[in-house]
Design a protein. Structure first.
Length: 162
């Protein structure tokens, strides 16, 4: 069986990444009723591929892209002891390849990239009811630190979302 290789995404990977994006949206929709109906996109993939402050990685196995993830350098809030952190997102593994530790390899590659950028703090968001994702991130060394609370108020019938 072929090993997994992790590499930076290229423009040629966009069709696979668009399918992964829809997989992320489908997985997150049960946790968030506020996500717009299809068609909806989360990411500007060409920008992510070319931006120097973002590392968009893919895992390749058996000649096929099987997983993705990115790290984006962001300014930290002024009250933290660090000035920047790497925000991780777009963590997706094709269902046929889950449970093989591929997500852990993507995270390790993103951690290495962050270290090369001299950024030593990583953050990510995960829905509080998404226990499989929480367990995967905890396995990678992440810990829970903040719960975002949301309250959606009824909008008047004549009002449209801003």
């Amino acid at each position: 069986m072929e090993q997994v290789s992790i590499r930076a995404a290229t423009m040629e990977d966009i069709p696979a990444l668009l399918a992964f994006e829809q997989g992320v949206i489908t997985a997150e929709r049960p946790f968030d009723a506020g996500i717009l109906p299809d068609p909806v996109h989360y990411y500007n993939l060409p920008e992510m591929i070319h931006a120097p402050h973002i590392a968009l990685m893919v895992a390749v196995k058996e000649g096929m892209i099987v997983a993705s993830g990115y790290a984006r350098i962001e300014q930290a809030r002024h009250f933290y002891h660090y000035q920047q952190h790497a925000y991780l997102g777009f963590m997706f593994t094709h269902p046929a390849y889950r449970g093989q530790g591929i997500n852990q390899q993507i995270i390790a590659a993103l951690q290495q990239w962050a270290i090369e950028q001299k950024v030593y703090d990583l953050q990510l968001d995960v829905y509080c009811d998404n226990q499989p994702a929480i367990q995967a991130y905890e396995k990678a060394g992440f810990s829970k630190s903040l719960v975002q609370m949301t309250l959606h108020l009824d909008r008047p019938a004549s009002s449209s979302p801003a």
